[in-house]
Design a protein around this ligand. Structure first.
Ligand code: ATP
Length: 235
């Protein structure tokens, strides 16, 4: 397994956000976490990227324990997080935003090549490289957030609600981008409220309900599961 969470609990003060959750990400896979509002999806990703401390449990990445490391160190190990709501820097240009993704890297020649690679993947970002990020559309900002994460040369990409607030045609575009990034060898943990999309993209899925891992299994099996259909697919 590339990443393993074992019996992880996270609290915010006295509020328990997730309890004893375990999850595995095989190398090369797209794994999804679905669930309703406040189920603990964002918290699970934040735990993986070192943005919240664990109350209990362990996280291993590539055979080494990473819980307790700072988020900078976790980025340096190869985990990149595309946060909910994109969190781009609105008053910086597109290119400056992308370069922040590489802030820990010292391999400057390869950074330049990776920037070209991001521009090849997202031609609209190349066209707008000197434009302020805040002037971009929602879909373009999502592409920028993904591009910025790719600039850290990740070995695992964590994506929080990439489809949020986007028109259906743009959601489809983002979905193809996620598939493409994965096909080029980057495993993905995808958090989504859009369960239909998430189960289409992922090979394995986890269902979080009020902080507990309620179900897990191959994505196609969960797609056919009565409870998942009723609660998350509106069928
Ligand atoms: P959503 O899809 O609505 O973002 P989620 O599944 O990502 O939901 P989390 O954001 O992980 O859920 O929240 C899990 C629980 O932790 C919720 O009850 C939420 O209210 C609580 N929580 C999240 N962040 C904080 C915080 N900074 N302080 C206190 N409680 C928090």
């Amino acid at each position: 397994m590339l990443l393993e969470m074992k019996d992880v609990s996270v609290n915010y003060g006295k509020v328990s956000a997730v309890r004893d959750i375990s999850l595995s990400v095989p190398d090369g896979a797209i794994v999804t976490i679905i669930g309703g509002n406040g189920a603990g999806k964002t918290t699970s990703l934040r735990a993986m990227s070192g943005m919240v401390p664990l109350r209990k449990g362990e996280i291993h990445f590539d055979g080494q324990r990473i819980d307790g490391l700072s988020s900078d160190k976790i980025v340096a190990r190869g985990i990149a997080h595309v946060p909910e709501g994109r969190r781009i820097f609105p008053d910086m240009t597109v290119e400056e935003n992308l370069r922040t993704g590489a802030f820990l890297r010292r391999d400057h020649d390869k950074v330049a090549r990776d920037l070209d690679g991001v521009f090849d993947r997202f031609p609209r970002l190349r066209e707008r490289r000197r434009q302020l990020a805040k002037t971009m559309s929602g879909g373009e900002q999502q592409m920028l957030a993904i591009g910025r994460a790719l600039m850290s040369a990740p070995r695992l990409l964590l994506m929080d609600e990439p489809s949020m607030g986007l028109a259906p045609v743009i959601v489809e575009e983002i979905a193809r981008i996620i598939e493409d990034i994965n096909a080029q060898g980057v495993p993905v943990v995808l958090v989504e409220q859009n369960a239909e999309l998430a189960l289409e993209l992922a090979s394995h899925a986890y269902v979080l309900e009020t902080g507990n891992m309620a179900l897990e299994g191959p994505a196609d099996e969960l797609h056919d599961n009565e409870h998942v259909r009723a609660a998350y697919l509106g069928i």
